[in-house]
Design a protein around this ligand. Sequence first.
Ligand code: S3P
Length: 433
Amino acid sequence: MTSFTCSPGEKVSGTIRVPGDKSISHRSIILSSIATGVSHISGFLQGEDSLNTIRAFQQMGVEIERQQDRVCVKGAGLHGLTASATDLEMGNSGTAMRLMLGLLAGQSFDSRMVGDESLSSRPMLRVIEPLQAMGASIASEPGGRAPLQVRASPGLKAIEYDMPVASAQVKSCLLLAGLYADGETVVREPAPTRDHSERMLRAYGCEVTSVDREIRMPAGQQLSACDVEVPADISSAAFFMVAASIASGSDITLQHVGVNPTRTGVIDILKLMGADLELLDQRDVGGEPVADIRVRSAPLSGIDIPVELVALAIDEFPVLFIAAACAQGTTRLSEAEELRVKESDRIQAMADGLTQLGVTTQVNADGIVIEGGLMGGGTVDSHGDHRIAMAFSVASLCAQQVICIKDCANVNTSFPGFADLAQQAGINIRIGD
Ligand code: S3P
């Protein structure tokens, strides 16, 4: 079992580029596979999650060639996928399973999707139920868990759906199913969520409108191949934003980071805490805003995290909790119950790890209260959750003793090469078994 041993560090510095955005990488393969024509993708995330998505489409007959972060997809067209002879392995990825369930629900063949232990315990009813309302035939394990068996559909009915949770995965799943439905698909979200699917569908020639959190997509759309340049993942960059903020004397520049406004909650929250972050050379790359981000250390203060920023920073809370533990004063997070159904229960797993390091926390059903102060050392369990493993690696910069982090292999799902890049930037991290 891979572990990280992290010794107290001093500062982080340099200019680095973190790997490609996971959400955009998954979507680029999905849309390219059902488009007509050849799509070229650059900056693709070579992590286990997105590589599984490539494999799944290859199993369904799509010609995909990859050389490092460059991928060439020969689209099969909307109705050109074929049945896979074996199960589709989604590994650790909720995004892949939920988005692909929407796509598979509209196919004229059966499919079966499986995942690892974490993914097999995550809630899938949030996508199964609206898809069933569209006429999809899906069987699951009790409680709507994977493996998921999808039966060939004779055609889906378009629906209007008010999402009970603010989830880009649910929205994207329904838009993908909507490509195979008989009328206009309408999805309303209770709070803004990442809009990469809408942006990318438009780039592939689809008509999708989005007004006041209501997304509409007419029936009968075709997708045309498109070249995609995947920006660096703000969720991976976030580890270095917090690292540079908490380690005095730090000055780091993160290159070519995606700064889509539905993803920048982490920047807003850190700024509210007093962080010194500067967005440089803001530009548009293929319909997605991108910038270089310079971060210099600054004293952080605890805050009440504004609830409207929760969905916009949903993946960054593990490392934001580390910022809170290193800040002066109390940080309170509420209305974040979604964190309990991510790759792990991120509220409990982070609270347990912080407690091991001597940080005072109070766990609530929908959030956490963290008292900033001194951090000791100790052994923490990442519960196989990539973002928890990386968050505690960052914590070592301010810890008084060594932090050992257990069960870190899944860092490769989203951030291959994390330990090397972190080491290069100034985090003292050693990989062990
Ligand atoms: C994602 C959406 C988010 C996020 C996940 C990626 C996506 O999940 O946590 O890591 O690519 O659509 P929810 O939409 O369920 O909040």
